[in-house]
Design a protein around this ligand. Structure first.
Ligand SMILES: Cc1cc2nc3c(=O)[nH]c(=O)nc-3n(C[C@H](O)[C@H](O)[C@H](O)COP(=O)(O)OP(=O)(O)OC[C@H]3O[C@@H](n4cnc5c(N)ncnc54)[C@H](O)[C@@H]3O)c2cc1C
Length: 556
């Protein structure tokens, strides 16, 4: 593995010694060093090499393959949004068909959602496509280390993910020497124009230790182990912790795939959440009509209750039971049948967050309950944040010599947001270069045009506005509208936007194409007025329960 990766780095590069690193070294040179081959990094690379035919990239990831958190996802995971909106712009994902002139096409189909395994295959193909351009090197099992200001070089090291250090296994490096339990087999240096990193910190249960103390005798497992444990027949009871997308998937898997009776399941819910209901999203224009009602509501609560009436969102307890109005929204998407399935669970524990698991007792914020450790499986589906969405209030995407990915400039859409950022990087660099050629002295010191690029990126940031509460949805829509508005003013921006497969509104995804989009935008529905109406609502403090403008003042 090591020598294969090492060779793929490139045998003919100069060897450098100036970093002070003593191990075997090579120097790679590129325009962009992209750290992270998850969805954010992959979409960025794809758009950069498409928009800039000269750009060269080194893409590295500590995992053994592309796909980021999907490499460690539970076996029954699927996208919760349609496949046609996910991944890189240059490669379809999910169902395709051949157009009359023989082109491969995708259609927006809310029920077409590929599995985690299919996402990994897809990203492998995307990597092959990148490498085939001759402008991208993909290096896996590779940890980005450090930037040395003196030499201007970045350092990365090949790590051996297959080395079970605890078992005392040894690996061999290119010299044939043994590296006893040594993860850093090959160190190399990269000289690049810009470093691109992913600033979110997506952590799924299988990547981490339990978030709370757990007694040793307890069978507490990440959600990944549910199918095997359920099949083993060892467990009579199940306690599921967490009610976001992962917890919901675990409950549905137990009930539907393993025929576990609802009476065998206890569901620990720290706070109730709103779910998007995908049945209302079958036709994107129908769901847009519902979304636009956001600008008519007078409070966040009214907005969600209107959405609920229209079938766009749902919750565990409606008026018929305890009428719990959720105070969390993270965008999990399920369908009506799945909502009905999870609503069959009667043993719901609402005692706040679980704080520890003792040998036969679950302790929560405001109470505890007992369980029998011998025959109970406790399933960890807890998420301690909004998929690592945590940005300081002065966070910038474009900085001198670096680009920080992660912020969502498009509503819950990492793929589109990263492609958007890569597009701006190219489009506004081009503009700068053109101006520079016209008048060589026209350089205000901002050699990368970073200010202009940042002015096109609106996203939620700061500790107050990145909380996963219901107003987050309104704020994200507001920011997306501003980002799209700014993008339309960039040369080539509208072409990029409407041709991007990750864009939900891309005409090619929907029957009726551009004609239908134009009719919806400028016809009687006046979709074109929505962003103005929403902005006015927020900026005039028209929601009784929102007393701010999501920090928009910090962007201007
Ligand atoms: C169960 C689940 C379902 C989801 N479904 C959808 C969906 O349907 N649609 C949607 O749009 N979003 C969905 N999401 C949201 C999801 O977070 C994003 O789609 C996306 O996968 C996040 O990608 P990322 O690149 O930001 O992060 P990651 O997937 O975490 O990728 C970051 C990568 O960077 C690498 N890395 C970091 N630091 C270093 C370093 N120093 N050296 C080397 N490598 C490094 C990591 O190894 C990792 O591979 C879902 C999330 C979950 C958890």
């Amino acid at each position: 593995m090591v020598s294969k990766v090492f060779n793929s780095v490139g045998d003919n590069n100069d060897v450098v010694s100036s970093t002070g690193v003593t191990k075997q070294q090579q120097l790679l040179q590129c325009d962009y060093l992209v750290v992270g081959a998850g969805t954010a990094g992959m979409s960025f690379v794809d758009t950069i090499i498409t928009e800039n035919p000269d750009a060269t990239v080194v893409l590295l990831d500590r995992n053994s393959q592309a796909g980021g958190h999907w490499t460690q996802a539970y076996p029954f995971v699927k996208l919760h949004q349609p496949s046609c909106l996910y991944g890189v712009n240059s490669l379809p994902l999910g169902k395709t068909f051949l157009s009359k002139n023989g082109n491969i096409k995708e259609r927006y189909d809310i029920h077409d959602r590929v599995s985690g395994a299919e996402i990994l295959d897809y990203y492998q193909t995307a990597c092959d496509q990148f490498v085939a351009t001759g402008r991208v090197k993909c290096i896996f099992d590779c940890e980005y280390k450090i930037f040395d200001e003196q030499t201007g070089l970045h350092t990365a090291a090949i790590v051996n993910n297959n080395s079970p250090t605890s078992s005392g296994a040894t690996t061999t490096n290119d010299d044939g020497n043994n590296n006893d339990n040594n993860d850093d087999n090959v160190v190399f240096a990269v000289k690049c124009r810009k470093l691109v990193t992913v600033k979110t910190n997506v952590t799924v249960p299988s990547m981490r230790k339990p978030l709370i103390p757990v007694a040793e005798n307890v069978h507490f497992v990440p959600v990944n182990e549910v199918p095997a444990c359920a099949k083993s027949g060892k467990y009579k009871k199940y306690i599921v912790f967490g009610n976001g997308k992962t917890g919901t998937d675990a409950i549905i898997n137990l009930l539907d795939e393993h025929q576990i009776d609802e009476s065998q399941i206890t569901w620990v819910i720290s706070r109730d959440v709103w779910y998007f209901l995908r049945d209302a999203m079958e036709d994107v224009y129908h769901s847009s009509d519902i979304f636009m009602k956001m600008a008519e509501a007078n409070s966040v609560k009214e907005c969600y209750l209107t959405f609920e009436k229209e079938g766009l969102v749902g919750r565990l307890d409606t008026g018929t039971k305890n009428d719990v109005v959720p105070d969390v929204f993270k965008g999990p998407t399920i369908d009506n049948t799945e909502l009905q399935t999870i609503q069959t669970i009667s043993n719901i524990v609402r005692m706040g967050r679980a704080t520890s698991i003792e040998s036969n007792k679950v302790v929560c914020d405001i109470g505890s309950f007992d369980f029998s450790p011998e025959d109970t499986l406790l399933v960890d589906c807890m998420v301690d944040n909004l998929y690592g969405y945590d940005f300081k209030d002065d966070f910038k995407i474009f900085e001198p010599n670096r680009i920080n990915l992660g912020p969502l400039t498009h509503f819950f859409n990492v793929s589109m947001s990263s492609a958007h950022i890569a597009f701006l990087e190219c489009a506004l660099d081009r503009k700068k270069n053109k101006n520079k050629n016209k008048n060589k002295t026209n350089n205000n010191g901002n050699t990368n045009n970073d200010d202009a690029k940042n002015k096109c990126c609106f996203f939620l940031r700061g500790p107050v506005y990145t909380l996963p509460n219901p107003e987050f949805l309104i704020g994200m829509m507001y920011m997306q509208n501003k980002s799209v508005d700014a993008l339309m003013k960039v040369k080539g921006g509208s072409k990029f936007f409407f041709n991007s497969r990750a864009n939900m509104m891309a005409p090619k995804h929907h029957k009726g194409g551009m004609t239908k989009l134009l009719w919806n935008t400028f016809g009687p529905k006046q979709m074109c007025q929505f962003d103005k109406k929403l902005a006015k609502k927020i900026e005039s403090k028209g929601y009784s329960d929102i007393d701010h403008c999501f920090g928009i003042e910090t962007f201007v």
